[in-house]
Design a protein around this ligand. Structure first.
Ligand code: SAM
Length: 379
């Protein structure tokens, strides 16, 4: 096992020494921007000859900083990750050419090594393996790392569908590395269905989504409570923040056809799903609607919205956290016009009531059930 400095922001492995920060930057950050899976992958990177490696789900750039190649491909569904590795390359004065592969983009030809961190969802892993395999002319060496407990029999079987010579290492520092030869996808083989579509019996909406997007087969129970308790029609500028497949904004747009709606998410595949669902459900005049990848509302002007609808996340990849929700609430306060409303659904145990009260003052409980609560605050 490579030695690494677990103090502060500095990672040291046989490949080098770097400063690495989690993104977005936060004061008093206690979590590191790398894990032992990254350190294990550094060992494999050191032992391989490669001119054009592909890094998959490199959350904050712990893999990118270690690559000596002038050209790297980086595949991720996360806007925050793409900001994270750009930030960490910059603070380490590294400037490789990065071919960024996000959303539905094709993997460039010519990659000769794949280093992959397991994503949170197995459907996203399947999608990514398929996208990479489709770009290959010949088998390529792949190393995948994660916490040991994430290498379930189902994940191993998934790799075996796409790869030969699958071997999983022993546990080191609670992580494992799977090594395998990823096969080119046979052109004649039918590609798996990329969009998964479903109809909720209680909603006049057809919802489709790409792999890894929140609530794959059915409406989330929190989202349902908020859909059932949307504010009255009439808000002019509406934002669906952390939109996933777009269900909240889509339903509001149906009930309030004059509203302008913006859907925002940090997942490229969520935004691609949303674009599809807008065209599918909101008819031919789409000029009132827009979608954007962003970290919360960092790109949105102050005092530019009348209503924000939000079912906030409580994970950043594999890490449980409330900091994204809190940033969403702060950003909502900044972008709401005077009198504008933020309407949030949350799991009861998360105590967002207090967070919102500190930020906005009075909080109204619009609806609740044993698990969820819908809260409303005004600017
Ligand atoms: C609980 S899901 C809600 C999805 C959808 N609104 C619904 O109700 O079904 C939270 C969403 O927030 C997105 N998200 C996570 N972090 C984000 C961030 N920093 N900025 C914007 N969206 C984010 C996730 O990708 C996910 O789609």
């Amino acid at each position: 096992m490579a030695a690494f400095d677990s103090h502060a922001d500095y990672l040291t492995t046989p490949l080098g020494h770097w400063r690495l920060q989690r993104y977005p930057l936060r004061a008093n950050q206690l979590l590191q921007a790398w894990d032992s899976g990254d350190v294990l992958l550094h060992q494999h990177l050191a032992a391989q000859v490669s001119t054009f490696p592909l890094l998959v789900n490199d959350q904050f750039g712990a893999l990118a900083v270690a690559c000596q190649q002038a050209r790297i491909a980086a595949m991720s569904d996360s806007y925050i990750s793409t900001c994270g590795w750009q930030h960490n390359l910059k603070i380490n004065q590294l400037d490789p050419e990065i071919v960024s592969v996000t959303g539905l983009a094709e993997v460039p030809s010519g990659i000769d090594l794949v280093l992959l961190k397991l994503p949170k969802s197995s459907s996203l892993l399947e999608f990514q393996l398929q996208q990479i395999a489709a770009s290959l002319k010949q088998p390529v060496q792949l190393f995948a790392a994660a916490k040991s407990k994430l290498f379930t029999p189902a994940i191993r079987a998934l790799f075996e569908r796409f790869c030969d010579h699958v071997v999983v290492s022993l546990i080191e520092k609670k992580a494992r590395v799977l090594s395998a030869q990823l096969r080119p996808l046979v052109a004649a083989a039918a590609p798996p269905e990329q969009l998964h579509c479903w109809q909720d019996p209680a909603l006049p909406l057809q919802l489709c989504q790409y792999a890894g997007v929140f609530a794959r087969n059915q409406l989330d129970i929190g989202a349902r409570l908020l859909v059932e308790h949307l504010p009255p029609a009439g808000a002019e500028q509406v934002i669906d923040l952390g939109c996933g497949n777009g269900v909240l904004g889509l339903r509001y747009a149906q009930l309030s056809p004059a509203s302008q709606v913006l859907w925002v998410d940090e997942s490229y595949l969520a935004i691609a799903s949303c674009q599809h669902n807008i065209a599918l459900n909101l008819g031919s005049d789409l000029t009132k609607y827009a979608c954007r990848v962003d970290d919360c509302l960092s790109q949105q002007a102050d005092a530019s919205a009348d209503l924000v609808l939000c079912n906030p996340p409580f994970h950043q990849e594999h890490t449980i956290t409330s900091h994204i929700a809190q940033q969403m609430f702060r950003d909502s306060k900044r972008v709401l016009r005077h009198g504008g409303e933020l309407r949030v659904v949350a799991n009861r145990h998360l105590a967002y009531h207090q967070v919102l009260e500190r930020l906005f003052g009075r909080v109204t409980v619009v609806a609740s059930n044993p698990k969820f609560v819908v809260l409303s605050v005004r600017r």
